[in-house]
Design a protein around this ligand. Structure first.
Ligand SMILES: [Zn+2]
Length: 416
């Protein structure tokens, strides 16, 4: 057994009470000013004030002692919403968008998601692997130690399965924990534009059983939006997924208030994501049902839209998580420090609320709360050493990356 002691650390961690942190709990952060973490075989064996951890260790042999030099220590980021498996970036479309052409208009012209679909169809698994692993290693460098990756640029059974195989393979080739999500209902392919119900049937009758059969996705997601999938089509797909034992989540109320947040509450989805246009009525329904609101402020930034009402959601008792939404269209970033900064500066969250949202609550979104999301005995030793004394540095050092070191299972995986 390898035992390591990280000492002289200014530790900040959310408090895991066994459920996502909602309301006041979202601001609850444990702080050990002269803290230490004892790691045994990659797991946290003890954490607390340095003198207490050392005295509890007694005469036990410590193989390695790491002086953290008073730096801030936080859990590794958990990014619970990404589309980072793709074949090509879309700079041309970005230029159209900043000239004022709306995203749904670009989508109608066969751009947006559909151009990524064409690129994925043309790419082989090796090409997809190269892009995806590059994105993941960039995320790791900025402090992400656990993340979700969705399919959704396949839109037919063969290419959706191809994406999910690539996601499985990249997971085996990096130190990150990866949670795969099937998003066959990401857009209506052009050939089904006059009969989207037939595509919904294809998702339910052919894609979902194949995905389940191969055991390569843990969640199913749907893009519920005007001009994409309606509330009733989304309900049909999500209920079928539940029937197969998959967890469910939903892209909800991003552009229009279609009631996706309410659907998430009705079906007991783990999270509803985006929520820029969600009503207060559905915020309350989600809070009551224990749904987590996964907010994606870099998408609002990239689309030049007002952010989701994060503070309002927290005040109404809805647990808030944060994610990059990393994708080649509406949010080409893998940086959780950037997301943290946007959450504090543009959504008005306190650094404490943003820390809980980007670690503990996002771990709950992925069902990874037993392993990640907070620095607690028994969890994985996934943590970050920051250049600075408090987590506020993440917002304060705008555009920078104050992540000095990334540890996964107690091992340094990125030293910046
Ligand atoms: Zn998304």
């Amino acid at each position: 057994m390898i035992t390591k002691l990280f000492y002289n650390a200014s530790i900040y961690t959310p408090v895991d009470h066994g459920s996502p942190a909602a309301g006041l709990a979202q601001s609850e952060i444990k702080h050990f000013e002269h803290g230490a973490v004892l790691v045994k075989n990659g797991m946290i064996a003890d954490i607390g004030e340095e003198n207490k951890v050392i005295s509890r260790t007694g005469s036990e042999k410590i193989h390695q002692k790491i002086d953290c030099k008073g730096r801030c220590f936080i859990p590794g980021f958990v990014d619970p919403h990404t589309h980072m498996c793709f074949a090509r970036t879309r700079e041309g479309e970005f230029e159209q968008r900043i000239q004022g052409i709306p995203y749904l208009e670009i989508l109608k012209q066969g751009g947006g998601i559909l151009s990524s679909v064409r690129a994925v169809a043309q790419a082989d698994e090796d090409e997809l692997f190269e892009v995806t692993i590059k994105n993941m290693l960039s995320a790791l460098k900025t402090g992400t130690t656990t993340l979700e990756i969705k399919s959704g640029y396949g839109l037919d059974t063969e290419n959706e399965l191809k994406m999910l195989r690539v996601i499985k393979k990249v997971a085996e080739h990096t130190p990150l924990d990866v949670v795969p999500t099937f998003l066959g209902a990401h857009a209506v392919p052009l050939e089904y534009i006059d009969n989207p119900d037939a595509f919904v049937n294809l998702v339910v009758d052919e894609m979902l059983p194949a995905v389940k059969d191969q055991g390569i996705a843990e969640y199913c997601d749907v893009f519920c939006e005007q001009g994409v999938f309606s509330l009733s089509q989304s309900r049909k797909i999500l209920k079928a997924s539940q029937g197969l034992g998959l967890g469910i989540k939903i892209h909800a109320d991003e552009v229009n208030d279609l009631g996706g947040g309410g659907l998430a509450a009705e079906l007991g989805a783990v999270s509803a994501d985006h929520l820029l246009a969600v009503s207060t009525e559905n915020i309350d329904k989600m809070a009551k049902a224990g749904v987590i609101a996964t907010l994606l402020p870099a998408t609002a930034y990239s689309l030049r839209k007002p952010c989701a009402r994060a503070k309002h959601m927290i005040e109404r008792g809805l647990a808030v998580a944060l994610a990059t939404d990393c994708n080649p269209g509406s949010s080409y970033t893998w940086s959780m420090p950037f997301i943290f900064g946007l959450a504090v500066m543009n959504m008005g969250l306190s650094p404490a609320q943003a820390l809980t949202a980007s670690t503990l609550n996002s771990a709950y979104v992925l069902g990874m709360e037993k392993q990640a999301g907070s620095l607690d005995k028994g969890k994985q030793a996934d943590f970050l050493m920051l250049e600075g004394k408090t987590p506020s540095i993440l917002a304060y050092n705008a555009g920078g990356c104050p992540v000095k070191a990334v540890y996964k299972l107690g091992e340094p995986v990125s030293l910046n």
